[in-house]
Design a protein around this ligand. Sequence first.
Ligand code: ZN
Length: 50
Amino acid sequence: MKIRCPDCQQQITLPQNVVVGDIIECENCGTELEVVRLNPPEVRIVEEEK
Ligand SMILES: [Zn+2]
């Protein structure tokens, strides 16, 4: 499965064992993305809380 980074539009390949709620990191911009849906795959940017 592949998705696009909502931030930089880089195409990212999801791990085969990915599940909803997993956090993946964009290899291009380093943004953390939470998987919110699998079919079709959809992610959202994780807002950093400081
Ligand atoms: Zn990105």
